[in-house]
Design a protein around this ligand. Sequence first.
Ligand SMILES: NC(=O)C1=CN([C@@H]2O[C@H](COP(=O)(O)OP(=O)(O)OC[C@H]3O[C@@H](n4cnc5c(N)ncnc54)[C@H](OP(=O)(O)O)[C@@H]3O)[C@@H](O)[C@H]2O)C=CC1
Ligand SMILES: Nc1nc(=O)c2c([nH]1)NC[C@@H]1CN(c3ccc(C(=O)N[C@@H](CCC(=O)O)C(=O)O)cc3)C=[N+]21
Length: 305
Amino acid sequence: MTAQIIDGKAFAATVRGQVADHVARLKSDHGITPGLAVVLVGEDPASQVYVRSKGKMTVEVGMTSYEHKLDVDTDEADLLALIDRLNADPAVHGILVQLPLPGHLDEALVINAIDPAKDVDGFHISNVGLLATGQKAMVPCTPLGCLMMLREHHGSLSGMTAVVVGRSNIVGKPMAQLLLGDSCTVTIAHSRTKDIQEVTRRADIVVAAVGRPEMVTGDWIKPGATVIDVGINRIDAPEKGTNADGSVKTRLVGDCHFDSCAEVAGAITPVPGGVGPMTIACLLANTLTACCRANGLAEPEGLTV
Ligand SMILES: NC(=O)C1=CN([C@@H]2O[C@H](COP(=O)(O)OP(=O)(O)OC[C@H]3O[C@@H](n4cnc5c(N)ncnc54)[C@H](OP(=O)(O)O)[C@@H]3O)[C@@H](O)[C@H]2O)C=CC1
Ligand SMILES: Nc1nc(=O)c2c([nH]1)NC[C@@H]1CN(c3ccc(C(=O)N[C@@H](CCC(=O)O)C(=O)O)cc3)C=[N+]21
């Protein structure tokens, strides 16, 4: 194995430390405590785990966490009414509605009901437009975390070729915008891309956000390139045995086949311990940024683009 492992877990702890320091100063100098509201509709077990760990880290950095768990068959009107209340609540600086939503709810309608200034996911059309035009926006957490790791590893990204595999609104597209903003030459690949390995093999940076376990293998990667693995996939791991209830144990893997990619790449993010922890750290950073903007105070440095 030759690739350097980019330790997202350690980097995320550093970012959370910076957030915590700034939060402590907001409290002591201005009497302000940033607040993050997380809305979860339904009882998807994976989402519940994720929401719990976000809540825990929110409190650890000194912020207030508001969790709203709604029934899986909640009416759209009730969800929109909750968002209105959170928009109007001065103690809430950030609002996150956990995605995906149950099928009867219109995701775009719900997201665009959030006050863009409190949209710490950066999914509101105003923030999407601001990012695309190079203006100050709330930047989606996962791509922001990826960019921070790339900047930390490379310094400047200017002139590098980057291929983003995946074109979703929450990862692929904003990732491409951020790389473009840092003057990379950017290609977005997707399920209709022809000869995709040829495309990725030309890249200095490959960001994989496809949702297909271990799809990107070492032969997709140019020797020495940097690989950012966004994928979070839970797959069966019969080698780990069975749970008490007889079900087979599972493990997390990325969208990249770690061992074969790491033989070729210059640097790679692991799963777990790569992009995931950075996503949560950036969510807290965005909440802090939103709180500072709401109060007309100086923003933290190095935590936004
Ligand atoms: N670490 C983190 O914090 C986060 C991780 N994730 C993970 O990232 C991954 C991607 O998430 P998300 O963007 O929401 O996923 P989506 O399912 O919304 O998008 C997947 C994208 O991958 C493309 N794709 C699918 N199959 C192929 C293929 N065979 N070849 C090339 N492209 C393909 C799709 O192309 P097309 O558009 O043509 O269908 C689509 O654009 C998932 O594993 C998810 O769990 C997501 C959010 C946060
Ligand atoms: N509105 C909204 N915003 C999101 O940002 C959002 C969302 N909805 N829906 C779901 C996805 C997924 N996502 C993850 C974030 C962190 C980890 C994470 O910290 N993962 C750990 C492992 C956790 C484990 O062991 O299960 C790691 O990669 O090391 C994973 C997944 C954010 N998402």
